[in-house]
Design a protein around this ligand. Structure first.
Ligand code: 6CS
Length: 341
């Protein structure tokens, strides 16, 4: 039988070894914040990631939803400062930190059918090779970019032409290119953080906004902005990342765990968003008699599309050579993904 002294010695040696070997031998609790509510797309992603990590290691994940730690900009700041290990922030907000992330707001650049969009996110060099380098410069390890849903405009009346937008204040997420898009569409863009949108619509400080249908339903936006227009101009994209110092400090095994967890959650999301817009629209229509749904005709879309080139120019002006290179690759990737379809 081992003496107490020997057993103590063995424990001290194993503890020292564990500390020495770093992350993989120690069970940690990692903090992860996102921008949405319970059951929304970012929440489903976060929980799929958590399930994977917890099923394949001794680590635990604590997830914080919208509002628990502040607005989108707050959770990004906390991640850059190392208070949080993981954050999900959408390019709609990251655009002020990484101007190239605004590429998602060039209207009519992304395809409208879901299969091409998914193919694009899976294969795109711009998404999978170029964007991680841009996030890297901000101390962030980009782990996944993924689509949440097609953008739909809600307003105080149906919008079928750029003229219908005249005189309307439309809320945009806080990045300058999205403002350029709505200016080009004929509206008066009004950048606001998410927490202020419902109240601003309710008090008529703004007359509309854009978001995917699931969010229009879950955030109750249809109650205060009941006229939905499918303009087919883009997709809501988001991104999940880690504080880079934290990520770099992980063992190879834990880095692989995190990467695989991010991949696993992507697959879960692709299934989750399939049919989500239709079911959310049904729920909205069950809850409200006031809601109208307008799907623009090809001819009506052409009027909006004609205004896209000026937004593309604004993107190049804001991002220079780096943005130009990204846009070129983005377009090549898009062509490849629609050809593969
Ligand atoms: O419009 C927004 O600000 C919010 N929209 C979605 C779909 N997710 C989070 C974001 O803050």
């Amino acid at each position: 039988m081992k003496s107490i002294k020997n057993r103590l010695k063995t424990s001290i040696i194993s503890l020292t070894a564990a500390l020495f070997l770093g992350g993989s031998a120690m069970a940690d609790t990692w903090r992860y914040a996102h921008e949405e509510y319970e059951g929304d797309v970012q929440d489903v992603y976060a929980y799929a990631f958590k399930d994977y990590v917890e099923a394949n290691s001794d680590h635990k994940l604590k997830i914080y939803r919208f509002g628990q730690l502040g607005e989108s900009d707050d959770i990004m700041e906390q991640t850059q400062g190392g208070i949080l290990q993981f954050v999900n922030q959408s390019p709609g907000f990251t655009g002020s930190l990484i101007p190239e992330a605004q590429i998602f707001f060039i209207p009519y650049l992304m395809p409208t059918d879901m299969q091409s969009v998914i193919q694009f996110f899976r294969d795109s060099k711009a998404i999978n090779d170029m964007f991680p380098k841009l996030y890297d410069k901000q101390g962030l390890e980009l782990l996944k970019m993924y689509p949440e849903g097609e953008m739909v405009v809600t307003a105080d009346e149906p919008v079928t032409s750029p003229e219908d937008f005249n005189g309307k204040k439309i809320r945009v997420m806080t990045n300058p290119l999205l403002s350029a898009t709505y200016e080009a569409f004929g509206a008066t863009p009004t950048p606001l953080p998410w927490g202020e949108v419902y109240g601003a619509l309710q008090t008529n400080m703004i007359q509309g906004q854009e978001n995917p249908i699931f969010w229009i339903e879950s955030g109750g936006l249809f109650e205060v902005s009941p006229h939905l227009t499918f303009t087919r101009h883009g997709w809501f994209t988001t991104a999940m990342m880690a504080n880079q110092d934290f990520f770099e400090g992980l063992s190879e095994e834990d880095k692989e765990l995190v990467r695989k967890g991010a991949e696993h959650a992507f697959e879960v999301i692709i299934t989750h968003i399939d049919g989500l817009a239709d079911s959310a629209l049904e729920k909205i229509q069950e809850k409200s008699d006031e809601v109208t749904v307008t799907r623009l005709t090809d001819e009506q879309i052409e009027k909006f599309k004609a205004r896209a080139p000026q937004v593309e120019e604004a993107f190049i002006e804001m991002t220079g050579k780096s943005g130009e290179k990204l846009l070129k690759q983005f377009k090549e990737d898009l062509a490849a993904s629609s050809a593969a379809d």
